[in-house]
Write a protein that binds this ligand. Sequence first.
Ligand code: NAI
Length: 267
Amino acid sequence: MPHPAMSPNHVAVITGGASGIGLAAAMRFAGLGMKVCIADIGEDRLAAASARLASAAGGGVADVMAVTVDVSRFDEVMDLEAAVQKKFGGTDILMNNAGIGPDSNSFGPLENWQHILAVNLWGVIHGTQAFAPRMIERARPGLIINTGSKQGITTPPGNPAYNVSKAGVKAQTEALQHELRNIPGCRISAHLMIPGHVFTALTARGRTEKPPGAWTPEQTVDFMIARVDAGDFYILCPDNDVPRPLDERRMLWAAGDIVENRPALSR
Ligand code: NAI
């Protein structure tokens, strides 16, 4: 039984929704009868994805929106929120999922760091600030799901800008969950999605076949839906393909009060 925010005719907005995990989430939500907005910077991908989505929604084009947006720009994310409000009347699920993973190192160039942080971390902050106020006013069960990464928790050597951005997403999501709990009557809960190794455009690196051990985006999203329903704050996808094992205790310890208080408040 999916979470009540995933009810038919409720509204889901997914950034980075034209590909990979975001598109798989959009397809699943549409399959549940939700109205879905995919928001992405890639215009061609967006057009192809919205055609797939419309057929998943039984040809219900009226229930699908595709919006070109750069999540690193707050003005564009604000415009996205206004467009969703106008077409669908509000938002029940926000999935801040857009992300990039070019290589980086500690010595620069600075523009590379700025770009990675602008998309992966500021994109999440922009989404939250643009959407959360009206989601709270809506007074319905809601979800804000931010896509982090195991690299934001284990912070292995290599690609420090990516690790820093995803560590920031973890911290932001923990703070948000705490803040939402303190708003009387608020039925929105935040969740940190922590994928394992998922075979997508981001990770394919020229491969056309899914490597053994990697998950498909669809498997990842099915796991996410089940864990949200179970009331987990950390949606920690299992896999054995990380540079060093995830120290789950460290992660849970760091946010002990949230873990203790994590019953499914959002019903
Ligand atoms: P993907 O590359 O298939 O999808 C990412 C989407 O984000 C693309 O459609 C891209 O156009 C969009 N995007 C990039 N920059 C954007 C911007 N400035 N504004 C709006 N949209 C933008 O990759 P995937 O794997 O589906 O990634 C989704 C999320 O999952 C990312 O945040 C990624 O860091 C995270 N993740 C993925 C893992 C994996 O193994 N695939 C593992 C851990 C985290």
